[in-house]
Design a binder for this molecule. Structure first.
Ligand SMILES: C[S@@+](CC[C@H](N)C(=O)[O-])C[C@H]1O[C@@H](n2cnc3c(N)ncnc32)[C@H](O)[C@@H]1O
Length: 333
């Protein structure tokens, strides 16, 4: 990549951020995309969330990988000479490391291709894996899922003759950040991008006692609140804003009927915020909300239904001992 193409990409990224933030703050009701949580500080705060006693998701998926890593290797390596493990929204990849460490001991060669919008997350991941699994073939990409999917398509075309299976990992309940229709569209696009017989291993959170879910997204120590409010700090830094974090609060709610956790930043007073870089002023009423995140919970049958409609065939599913979380292995039809 030439330095000029890198510069224009950076500029594009900045202007998309500016556009999305302004559109979101001027919308009624106000909203901000959770994909912008993950600046350097946001990625660190999310790592803290994953270690919270209330946030069972990471521990559950970790347990599933420890229990089923051999089973997954056998599925992934069946009838192929090599495979690509493409992880969408890899984050710190701590759970994926369980699989990677196991797979490098085996005979079939593979490449790990993590994709993340957060450069900090990718940088940390690369540094750690270089140390812990030096023999790993690692090809990281900074970018959006959908840009990355386009890159995958190019890769698919050049790999066609090489008998390489693509296996997409979409873990940690990342699918939960989409609304119902969005998740179907996303899975459809993914199925169309992949080749027949490629795999998707999707990790999603199961519906369960509402109190357990509620606590996972509104922890007692306030790390989730800090994670949400950090987005305002990011806006202050990148758009020369003057959000006073002390004047904003956090609220989250779980509705069992829809399976949706919805999270909000709340204005604790009537106030005015200026974004100097955009020459804009945003007004907030007392108690006005900014919607930041959906975390949708599924039943196994719901996910099977969506995946089948999107163009996948069900192969197997795996749960932790408490039955809190599920990984489902799917094949492109
Ligand atoms: C909730 S974390 C989960 C990380 C990891 N999958 C796990 O299971 O621990 C979400 C990760 O996805 C990344 N992400 C969110 N939206 C994204 C997008 N639209 N494109 C690429 N990466 C995204 C974030 O930067 C973050 O690292």
């Amino acid at each position: 990549m030439t330095s000029s193409s890198l510069n224009s990409e950076t500029t594009n990224k900045h202007s998309t951020f500016e556009k999305d933030i302004l559109e979101g703050l001027e919308a009624i009701p106000k909203k901000l995309s959770s994909k912008y949580f993950y600046d350097d500080e946001g990625s660190k705060l999310f790592q803290m969330i994953m270690n919270l006693p209330e946030y069972y998701l990471t521990r559950s998926e970790y347990e599933i990988f420890e229990s089923y890593k051999e089973n997954l290797y056998n599925q992934f390596s069946k009838d192929t000479k090599t495979f690509n493990l493409v992880e969408l929204g890899a984050g710190d990849g701590l759970k994926t490391q369980v699989l990677l460490s196991h797979f490098v001991e085996k005979t079939i060669p593979f490449t790990y291709l993590p994709i993340d919008i957060s450069s900090e997350a990718l940088h940390q991941l690369k540094t750690r894996l270089n140390k812990t699994i030096p023999s790993l073939n690692f090809e990281g990409t900074e970018g959006e899922y959908f840009e990355a999917l386009a890159q995958l398509k190019t890769k698919n075309n050049s790999n066609k003759e090489e008998n390489t299976r693509n296996i997409v990992l979409f873990l940690g309940s990342n699918i939960g950040n989409f609304g119902n229709e969005q998740s179907l569209d996303f899975l459809k696009q993914l199925a169309q991008t992949l080749n027949q017989d490629d795999y998707l291993l999707i990790g999603f959170d199961l519906k369960k006692h509402p109190q357990i879910i509620k606590m996972a997204y509104d922890d007692a120590t306030g790390v989730t609140k800090a994670f949400n409010l950090n987005l305002l700090q990011r806006i202050n830094r990148e758009l020369n804003g003057n959000f006073n974090i002390e004047k904003f609060d956090f609220y989250s709610t779980y509705t069992p009927e829809t399976g949706e956790v919805r999270s909000y930043i709340v204005s604790a007073t009537k106030q005015e915020v200026t974004l100097k870089k955009l020459d804009k002023t945003i007004n907030f009423e007392w108690g006005e909300t900014i919607h930041t995140e959906i975390s949708r919970k599924y039943s196994a049958s719901q996910m099977k239904e969506i995946a089948t409609e999107a163009g996948f065939e069900f192969i197997e599913s795996y749960t932790d001992c408490k039955g809190y979380f599920m990984n489902m292995l799917l094949k492109v039809k």
